[in-house]
Design a binder for this molecule. Structure first.
Ligand code: CA2
Length: 149
């Protein structure tokens, strides 16, 4: 099976280095390692990437159309601003999950709206690094059932 793309947006490269009270002490490398270990138990391959550039993230979603079986995306702050990422996810037409470390609904009002949510199968937020693990489990279920929701 093709890999699942795990895509991470702006500032997620700072995880564990700043704001541990909000995002925890795990670094993005730690999150990647956790994803790799869990994906292996599910029999999934993953391609884990991070970019601070909206256009690069759009390009990776386009690439996923041919090269990935599904997408887990933490678009960071672009979650709340990016029609371009919304359109790319819709066009990709792959099983997909929006993921957040924090519970965005408990935070500032500007984080309550997501442009990703209407373009994906489901949303997981608020469980820290575990959110990624849950997102991979959800993608595995979608892929096993071979449905797009
Ligand atoms: O909770 C999440 O996963 C977020 O996607 C994280 C984004 C934020 O803009 C979203 O509203 C929710 C922020 C990315 C990480 O930003 C950091 C900033 C400073 C230090 C560490 C991480």
């Amino acid at each position: 099976m093709k890999p699942v793309f795990v895509l991470n947006g702006p500032n997620l490269n700072l995880l564990g280095l700043r704001e541990p009270a909000v995002y925890g002490s795990a670094t993005l490398k730690d999150v990647e390692a956790r994803c790799r270990a869990h994906a292996a138990t599910l029999g999934l391959a993953i391609d884990f990437r991070q970019s601070n550039n909206e256009g690069e993230l759009v390009g990776w979603i386009h690439e996923a159309r041919d090269k990935a079986s599904g997408i887990a995306i933490n678009a960071g702050a672009y979650t709340h601003t990016s029609v371009a990422l919304h359109d790319a996810l819709k066009a990709a037409d792959l099983p997909s999950v929006e993921v957040h470390l924090s519970n965005v609904h408990k935070r500032e009002a500007f984080r309550h709206h997501s442009y990703m949510a209407p373009a994906v199968n489901g949303v997981i937020c608020g469980f820290g690094t575990e959110s990624y693990v849950l997102a991979l489990t959800a993608l595995h279920s979608l892929l096993t059932a071979n449905k797009k929701g």
